[in-house]
Design a protein around this ligand. Structure first.
Ligand SMILES: Cc1ncc(COP(=O)(O)O)c(C=O)c1O
Length: 365
């Protein structure tokens, strides 16, 4: 079993609680709370017969849809079994000598680099300036580190911080000139409404953009994602992905979800409303400091020692609610929690549960 810690383990929680997994309320994985797009759901049923055949190796339907929506060459796209598989394929293919990571950041970057024995160093983001990446300082540290690869998430998980496009373009051009591979993970970018960097890959051999389709389109159990890279680079990265990694139902569901504009609009409206509802609820508790976010999860820090992230996680789990604490996330102290934005009714349940926990702990002290 893989050793990195992640949110979203409804099966483990259900076993601990002795209940069915569907009864677990999961705020620990940041997945579209609307669930499947209705069009994707219908298509999955219609497409069930396709599981008796090998999936389309050229992934033609999804390839041309992604190419036209992202305005990129279809030959620059490589599909994979989620962003995670592509991340490991990229590190296997590039085999960097030394890589630079952002901390706090997504734990799989380090794991993927370790799997090919690449050393890595960290560029620390600080809570005092809301975990914002200071481009000048970052580029100076990158130069000094002698790294030949950078892996960064935009927006960053767990800090929610977004690097402005002009800063990312500066980093990309610095990396191109210095022959440093820049891997930008845009797995949560769709929730922000910002534009992808993928169209820049046609002019930059050193830029790889990874995009998950499991979060915005609620397909984490079906698994699908893609990367965009320069045509030549994409061709060699495609060799690092095992044949038939993406199954027929995932291809069909992703294509239908991308076409479902109404679902995308509803998602963005629900997330914007839910995020502000949770943010103000957290503030009202009086002991949770919330960091800025324009996406589908919030990072918050408990200002009372007796409410550490771990205590909150454990107490909420007893009430069937999963949140993320700092375990497995380097660069955060034990007071942090990360919470996904869910539906109005679910967000209300979380706030009520947090109030109960707060009253219990304060009442007994
Ligand atoms: C930044 C980031 N990238 C990628 C992933 C994994 O995406 P996928 O489900 O497509 O493998 C995650 C999952 O939490 C993530 O936080």
């Amino acid at each position: 079993m893989h050793l990195t810690t992640h949110g979203g383990d409804i099966y483990g929680a259900a076993r601990r609680l002795g209940i069915a997994p569907q009864r677990v309320l999961d705020f620990s994985a940041s997945i579209n709370p609307l669930g499947l797009s209705p069009k994707a759901r219908r298509r999955i049923f219609r497409e069930l017969h396709s599981v008796c055949h090998y999936p389309d190796r050229r992934q033609e339907e999804l390839r041309s849809l992604v190419a036209s929506t992202q305005k990129i060459d279809p030959e620059c796209i490589v599909f994979g079994n989620g962003a995670t598989q592509l991340l490991y394929a990229v590190t296997r293919c590039l085999r960097p000598r030394k890589a630079m990571l952002i901390a706090p950041g997504f734990s799989e970057y380090r794991a993927a680099l370790m799997s090919v024995r690449t050393r890595s160093s960290e560029f620390r983001l600080h809570p005092e300036n809301q975990f914002v990446l200071r481009t000048d300082l970052f580029l100076r540290a990158l130069k000094k580190s002698g790294s030949d690869c950078v892996l960064l998430a935009n927006p960053n998980n767990p800090t929610c911080a977004i690097v402005p496009r002009q800063d990312l373009c500066r980093i990309a051009s610095f990396c191109r000139k210095g022959q440093v591979h820049l891997v930008v993970d845009e797995s949560f970018l769709d929730f922000s409404g910002e534009r992808s960097l993928s169209e820049l890959t046609s002019q930059n051999h050193h830029l790889i953009v990874i995009r998950s389709l499991t979060k915005f389109f609620a397909l984490p159990g079906l698994r699908i994602g893609y990367l965009a890279a320069h045509r030549r680079v994409a061709r060699s990265l495609a060799q690092a992905v095992e044949p038939w990694s993406v199954n027929a139902l995932a291809l069909a569901a992703a294509a239908e979800s991308i076409k479902d504009r109404a679902y995308q609009k509803r998602t963005l409206a629900m997330i914007a409303e839910g995020r502000e509802f949770l943010r103000s609820g957290f503030r009202k508790l009086g002991w949770l400091e919330v960091y800025p976010s324009s996406i589908n999860f919030l990072l918050a820090r408990s200002q009372r020692k007796e409410f550490s992230g771990q205590i909150l996680r454990k107490r909420l789990e007893r009430m069937r609610i999963l949140i993320r604490d700092n375990s497995g996330i380097r660069g955060l102290d034990p007071q942090y929690i990360r919470v996904a934005v869910r539906t109005r009714a679910e967000n209300e349940l979380l706030l009520k549960a947090l109030k109960v926990v707060s009253d219990q702990i304060i009442g007994s002290s």
